[in-house]
Design a protein around this ligand. Sequence first.
Ligand SMILES: C[S@@+](CC[C@H](N)C(=O)[O-])C[C@H]1O[C@@H](n2cnc3c(N)ncnc32)[C@H](O)[C@@H]1O
Length: 249
Amino acid sequence: MKDTCRLFTDLAWLWPLWGDAAVEYAHYCRHVAALVDQHSTRPAATLLNIGCGGGKNAFNLERRFDVTGVDLSPEMLAQAGRLNPGCSFVLGDVRTFRLGRTFDAVLMDYAISWMRDRCDLGAAFRTAHAHLAPGGVLIVTPDATVETFEQGRTTATRATRMEHGQALDVVFIENVHDPDPTDEQYEATVVYLIRDHGRLRVETDHWTLGLFALDTWREVLRETGFEVHESRYIAGDDAYTTFACVKPR
Ligand SMILES: C[S@@+](CC[C@H](N)C(=O)[O-])C[C@H]1O[C@@H](n2cnc3c(N)ncnc32)[C@H](O)[C@@H]1O
C-alpha cells in the first residue's frame, strides 16, 4: 500500500482533534523538562523541538523554554504558529536541516518514527547534535521498539468539536502491522470516520515507520557522540523508554 501521510497534508486540519494539547502533551512535557533539568550541565533556556508538528508539545514547553520548532509539513507548521504565536517555526527535514545556531536542549518529537533505517536515524541524531550547545541535552522517546511492538494493535479514539452550532465528530482508528519482522519497518493504517454537519466521510491514511531494537537506538546515539541516560515514561497503560542524551563539553 502506498504511503500517504494525509494527516500532515490534506487532513492536517484534523490534527487538533487527535489528543488534547493541554492534558496528554502537558504530562509528557513535564517529563521532558525534568530530564533536561536533571542531565543538563548548562542553564537551559532555549529548546529546539524537531518534528514539532502542530505544536502541542511547543505549547506546553513554551512556559519554560524559548522554543523554536522545525517540521517538514507546511500545514502542520501553520497550526503550530497559530497555537504558539510566541515561538518561531521553520520548515525543514529532520535529517538535513541546519539553522546555524545552537540550543540548550533539543526535543526530538514523534517525527523520529519516520526514520525507516539506521542511516536516517543517524542523520536525525546528527541534526540534533549539530544544534546542541556543549553540555546540552537531547530528549527522545521511541514510540515503538522491537521490544514493545504489538502486532495488530488497533486503537480507536473519538473527538468532538462544535463548529457554527453543528458537531464535528471524528473517530480515528489506527492499526499497526509488521509484514516482515526481519527488516526495521512497520506499517500504520488509519481510518478516519468524519461526521461533519451530519454527513459521514470515510478517509484512509497509511504510513511506513521505523522499528528498531533499544540496543540499536543506544548504539546509534553513542556513535553520534552522545552520553546516553535512560528513564521510563508511563502514560496510562503504556510504558516507554526515554533517552536523555548529553552532548559532552
Ligand atoms: C505526529 S506529528 C507530531 C506532532 C507533535 N507532537 C505536536 O506536538 O503537535 C509528526 C510530525 O512529524 C513530521 N515529520 C515526519 N517526517 C519528518 C521529517 N523527515 N522531517 C521533519 N518532520 C517530519 C510530520 O510532518 C508531522 O508533523
